[in-house]
Design a protein around this ligand. Structure first.
Ligand SMILES: [Ca+2]
Ligand SMILES: [Zn+2]
Length: 203
């Protein structure tokens, strides 16, 4: 899925394992290659090539992504708005996370409303838009008792909001995101009337 921001075409998310690996590899060569360039000075051509190949192999192995989404998270990811795909494509590179729900049908919204699990009727949630402008996500690993662990959610949400802010500053995202633990976006979680800690949405 491709997406255009300011006439630049950006690939939404980067879930493809080999694409992430290649991107990371090229970045490391460009960045660290400068420091290793003088290493081969004074060696024969054959030795220099051997050193270069060894360094390239080292960079390649170092480029393997630490985390990737499982089957369930991937199917949620595919229902997300491109800007959320860019955000969570970036997050999974450095922090493990599970995506629980993206797009939600009106029928399912009605069920949640009837059960008192959501405050909004069908059509009123950003989960009801296609592609979904909201995602419910939790840090991984996650244990049953973690639902009561406010600190865990707060730390995780701070990380998500930080990555989103960086992507927006770099022009990779155009919209702000809001967390369900700070609806009024004043960086205070203590004044939040209705906590929905896994919830992240575009505004
Ligand atoms: Ca607040
Ligand atoms: Zn939600």
């Amino acid at each position: 899925m491709y997406y255009t921001i300011d006439n630049r075409t950006i690939k939404a998310g980067e879930l493809d394992f080999w694409a992430i690996l290649w991107d990371s590899f090229i970045r490391k060569i460009k960045y660290f290659g400068i420091f290793f360039e003088p290493v081969t000075t004074g060696y024969s051509d054959k030795a220099a090539i051997e050193i270069d190949v060894s360094l390239a192999a080292f960079f390649f192995i170092w480029s393997f992504p630490m985390y990737s989404y499982g089957t369930r998270s991937t199917s949620v990811f595919e229902t997300l708005h491109p800007e959320l795909q860019i955000l969570f494509g970036e997050i999974i590179k450095v922090k493990n996370v599970s995506l629980l729900e993206g797009y939600r049908s009106n029928e399912r919204q009605q069920e949640l409303f009837d059960a008192g699990k959501s405050k909004v009727k069908p059509g009123g949630s950003k989960h009801n838009r296609w592609p979904s402008e909201a995602v419910d996500q939790i840090p991984y690993p996650f244990h049953k008792g973690d639902w009561e662990d406010r600190d865990k959610f707060h730390l995780h949400a701070g990380f998500v909001l930080g990555v989103a802010a960086r992507l927006k500053a770099e022009g990779m995202m155009t919209r702000d995101v809001r967390w369900g633990g700070d609806w009024d976006k004043d960086w205070e979680a203590s004044d939040n009337a209705f906590d929905d800690f896994p919830h992240i949405e575009l505004i």
